[in-house]
Design a binder for this molecule. Sequence first.
Ligand code: 5GP
Ligand code: ZN
Length: 113
Amino acid sequence: MCLFCDIVAGKIPSAKVYENDKVLCFNDINPAAPVHVLVVPKKHFDDIRDMSHSEEGRMYMGEVISAIDKVCENKSLDSGFRVVNNCGKDGGQTVMHAHFHVLGGTKFTEKII
Ligand code: 5GP
Ligand code: ZN
């Protein structure tokens, strides 16, 4: 079990924004923007590449996209937002359970790419 598996299992509390049987979305404990929600598949995948390797993982990826839309609705991110996925050590991933950062509530001026 990993940290996010424990959060999904309810062993560690989280501030839920949206949930269904496939994904859990909750506020990041150390927000990098006024809105910073983590979209987490309820099944453990190490990272986005791991998700791509099975039919089930790709199904979960579809659920992630749908959940991002729900988070946008819930947080009224009508004028835009960013989705960030840190993958692997060099990508800056610190929790090795695939997850997607939804960042918003501000106008981002700094371009990463
Ligand atoms: P990563 O660096 O792997 O892309 O993102 C991990 C994220 O998880 C970080 O933004 C960090 O603040 C967040 N995080 C780490 N531990 C916890 C926790 O116990 N609860 C919540 N809600 N977020 C966490
Ligand atoms: Zn996990």
